[in-house]
Design a protein around this ligand. Structure first.
Ligand code: UGA
Length: 354
């Protein structure tokens, strides 16, 4: 059980995970089309990089021959969900489903990265959209808390934003449906907004398009432009330090029986903040680190920012007690520290380009 296949090893989560696995003595076979984050580990003797698409029959056969397969590859950028939903569904459901079939056939353990977005919106979010907001604020946290078996509240099929959540959800359901194959086992991880160095890209420097919120705000800071608050920045997220998240995967690997055919929320409920608050904190950090005045903020509608058909998760508050109970894992890193480390990393890497 010392050799692991990691699909999407060159992405943000992938590089941090592979680095840690190598440190722990695992041998890693990694697949990715993107290698620009891999410089630090590329020549490690225990790391074998396959610079190719994982979905050809030959690669799938090779990958599924590993006893442990970690699947991270995803088109997980919200700007694509309502504009390129066909691609989002094929890459997040159809391609991994082919891999699942091969893993069933070979009897491998598949650790599949799903998303916190499968929960969609909270009951409060739905009520607000329907124009009948809940008034009982006292019970709000209890109702909003997302357990692995909480109901899923997505928008209509016409609301294209939910293409990604639906694809991931269907893959999860497919895995559950395969319970009759005793040699095959799976574990599902639902990540809640991991943050850290090497996350996404800065448009115009090492990528094109619209990255996720951290890189969008950093792009604005680096270019002295106002930070865009989508719909006023009212939606909330719980940000999780990437190092804590990686330890959750290590805990899964160390508890194969307890993690067998289980789904885990991996997130930090202590680190909840709305996007306006995040922008404010990042502006303060920017000034502390650079000595420069931060630009202001501007509110933009989601239709303007992402295009028509965009709907948002209002809040994602994870219950992580299952990971503690079964794996002994809990997050430790505060939002302050997570942001300090991440903003500093972005400034060190990109400031010379601004
Ligand atoms: C994305 C993916 O869709 C999830 O599946 C994934 O689990 C998650 O990232 C993650 O990082 O774990 P989301 O949190 O909606 O989900 O992605 P972001 O683009 O980071 O957006 C967070 C919030 O910031 C949203 O409300 C968005 O509208 C807002 N935002 C984004 C801004 O206010 N300004 C910006 O410039 C960019």
């Amino acid at each position: 059980m010392n050799k692991i296949a990691v699909i999407g090893c060159g992405g943000f989560i992938g590089v941090h995970l592979v680095e840690r696995l190598l440190e722990l003595g695992y041998e890693v076979d990694g697949w990715d089309l993107d290698d620009h984050r891999l410089a630090m580990i590329r020549n490690h003797a225990q790391f074998h990089f396959h610079h190719t698409d994982y979905s050809s029959a030959h690669e799938i056969d090779d990958i599924s021959s590993h006893q442990i397969v970690i699947h991270l590859a995803a088109l997980c950028n919200p700007s694509l969900y309502n504009t390129q939903d066909e691609l989002v569904i094929s890459s997040n459901f159809m391609q991994p489903a082919t891999l699942v079939q091969a893993c069933v056939h070979k009897g491998s353990w598949l650790i599949f990265f799903s998303t916190c977005e499968v929960y969609g919106r909270t009951l409060h979010g739905h009520a607000e959209t329907a124009g009948v907001p809940f008034t009982n604020e006292l019970q709000r946290d209890q109702i909003d808390l997302l357990r692995e078996d909480s109901p899923i509240l997505l928008g209509s099929t016409e609301a294209r934003r939910w293409s990604y959540a639906s694809a991931k959800q269907l893959l999860e359901r497919y895995l559950i449906g395969l319970a009759g194959y005793p040699n095959f086992r799976w574990t599902v991880v639902r990540p809640f907004n991991f943050l850290g160095p090497a996350m996404d890209f800065i448009p115009g420097i090492d990528g094109e398009g619209l990255p996720r919120v951290m890189a969008c705000f950093m792009h604005a800071l680096l270019n002295n432009q106002p930070l865009s608050l989508v719909d006023g920045g009212k939606n909330r997220r719980c940000f999780t330090w990437i190092g804590d998240a990686v330890e959750a995967i290590v805990a899964i690997l160390e508890h194969p029986e307890k993690a067998r055919n289980q789904c885990f929320n991996i997130g930090n409920p202590q680190n909840e903040i709305d996007m306006r608050g995040l922008a404010e904190r990042m502006c303060v950090l920017y000034t502390q680190i650079t000595g420069k005045t931060a630009p202001g903020m501007v509110s933009v509608s989601s239709a303007e920012f992402y295009g028509a058909g965009y709907e948002d998760s209002d809040r994602r508050l994870p219950d992580v007690s299952k990971a503690l109970r079964l794996l002994g894992w809990k997050p430790h890193t505060s939002l302050d520290i997570t942001l300090q480390r991440t903003v500093k990393w972005f400034l060190d890497k990109y400031q010379e380009h601004s």
